[in-house]
Design a protein. Structure first.
Length: 82
């Protein structure tokens, strides 16, 4: 399985002080810190810029690219670099 990571998202993950998990919401996949959504044993694990990124087993087969559409809307409003 090959999932691309948008360069802006690579930078975001690199500059964060946490690891992330892509999980399922009613609006689709969302990228959240592992302190909010801890990884599950069934998650796919990727390394992005030296950090682990956990991807829900439900989402992994459907994701082709990790991009800013997976960020919570509140982050997009507060971040000027996106």
């Amino acid at each position: 399985m090959s999932i691309k990571v948008d360069p802006d998202m690579e930078e975001y993950i690199k500059n964060s002080s946490t690891e992330f998990r892509i999980c399922t919401t009613c609006e689709g996949p969302i990228l959240l810190p592992v302190r909010l959504r801890p990884p599950k044993p069934t998650d796919l694990v990727m390394t992005v810029q030296g950090r682990k990124l956990y991807i829900s087993a439900v989402q992994a087969p459907r994701i082709k690219e990790i991009d800013s559409s997976m960020l919570p809307k509140c982050i997009l409003k507060n971040r000027k670099w996106f």
